[in-house]
Ligand binder design. Structure first.
Ligand SMILES: CSC[C@@H](O)[C@@H](O)C(=O)COP(=O)(O)O
Length: 374
């Protein structure tokens, strides 16, 4: 297997970083994350159906990246002339139907659902303007989708700054050791990352001692993707199996656990990659602060508590097979929930957003707009 090549040194790197997607008006390509870390291969997304398929197959994954690719796949289809010849009402219907379809690709992360509601409402508003035409509607929707990329990147940088500052204030040490789970980096977002953004900021400030990243079974986002990003960015890190987290907390001087989120609800309960819940329990036992890092686009205050979140179940082969080779005993039953819910009382460090770090009880007041459709 080819070794992951570290990227250019920090000084030489400038704007270069790993990219989950490459977009210019009329063209969207996504990095097929199923092939990482062995192969780095970008695939063309010609429109909404291909966007849906790439999300469903997890060629692109991570809550923010799912929404960005979904909306940009619509932008590409609109740019290519979809709905041409229709009046503005017909085009609005096409846009709303496409967005509803994209939401069905994966149910747990809220970002695509929120983007669909917001972009759908925006399209209706635009269509109702007297002077609007089908062409002006098309252009406005494309611009709306394009703006998501820049906004997510900015939000992640703010999350990184807020999180790093908070962790350092809370730590008696000058340099902190962070344990993280799944992949929350450039590959899961428009760039920089959420939990991995906090780690990047700590590293840039010279206050990161070490990172422990979990393998993240069964899909191995940690071993394949987070490890790839950490090596690429020259960040000192060690890979551990999920079953090693308790002993790592006991023996490796972990200062904080920082994870991402697919949906944070009104009471602070958080859906994230399966395994997050047991991490939070272990962190509580070891009195290690547990943080969730997520943009406000991942917060859904329309749900009161975590039990209301729909948890995606994935195919059994993700658990029974490795690279297409069956390793599990034939005939065994399989349960493969992709996410679990961490109850808010275990989120002891705080919820790091682009607007600041909040304890779960503060969330409603801090993010009054984070109700889908508002
Ligand atoms: C910034 S990404 C945050 C979460 O989406 C991430 O931790 C996660 O759970 C991703 O799950 P995935 O199934 O790979 O899409």
């Amino acid at each position: 297997m080819a070794q992951v090549r570290p990227g250019p040194s920090r000084a030489a790197r400038g704007a270069m970083s790993l990219e989950a997607l490459r977009y210019r008006r009329g063209s969207l390509r996504v990095l097929n994350q199923l092939l990482l870390p062995q192969r780095s291969c970008y695939e063309e997304i010609g429109g909404v159906r291909q966007g849906w398929e790439a999300i469903r197959a997890m060629k692109v994954r991570g809550a923010p990246a799912i929404a960005i690719v979904g909306c940009l796949s619509l932008a590409v289809e609109l740019h290519g002339g979809a709905g041409m010849g229709q009046d503005k009402t017909g085009l609005e219907t096409f846009i709303r139907d496409s967005l509803r379809y994209l939401v069905t690709a994966r149910p747990t992360a809220v970002n695509m659902a929120r983007a669909a509601e917001e972009l759908g409402a925006f399209a209706s508003q635009e269509a109702q303007r007297e002077e609007a035409t089908a062409e002006s509607l098309r252009e406005s929707v494309i611009q709306w989708a394009e703006a998501m990329l820049e906004k997510d990147l900015q939000d992640n940088r703010s999350i990184g700054e807020h999180g790093a500052r908070h962790l350092l204030q809370a730590s008696p040490q000058d340099k902190v050791t962070v344990l993280t789970h799944c992949n929350t980096g450039s590959l899961a977002t428009a760039g920089y990352g959420t939990a991995l953004g906090v780690i990047r900021s700590l590293h840039a400030l010279g206050h990161l001692e070490h990172v422990y990243c979990t393998e993240t079974r069964p899909y191995n986002q940690g071993a394949r993707l987070t490890a790839y990003e950490l090596v690429y960015d020259h960040i000192p890190a060690t890979l551990i199996a999920d079953s090693m987290v308790s002993v790592a907390m006991k023996e490796k001087g972990v200062s904080a656990v920082v994870v991402g989120a697919d949906r944070v609800v009104a009471n602070g309960d958080t859906a994230n990659k399966v395994g997050t819940y047991q991490l939070a329990i272990a962190a509580k036992h070891h009195e290690i602060p547990f943080y969730v890092a997520a943009p406000s686009t991942s917060c859904d205050l329309s749900l009161a508590e975590g039990a209301e979140i729909v948890i995606e179940e994935r195919p059994s082969q993700e658990l029974t097979d490795v690279n297409g080779v069956r390793i599990a005993a034939p005939g065994i039953g399989v349960w493969n929930p992709a996410f679990d819910i961490t109850p808010h009382e275990l989120i002891t460090g705080g919820i790091i957003t682009e607007l600041g770090v909040f304890c779960p009880e503060e969330l409603r007041a801090a993010l009054p707009g984070a109700v889908k459709g508002e």
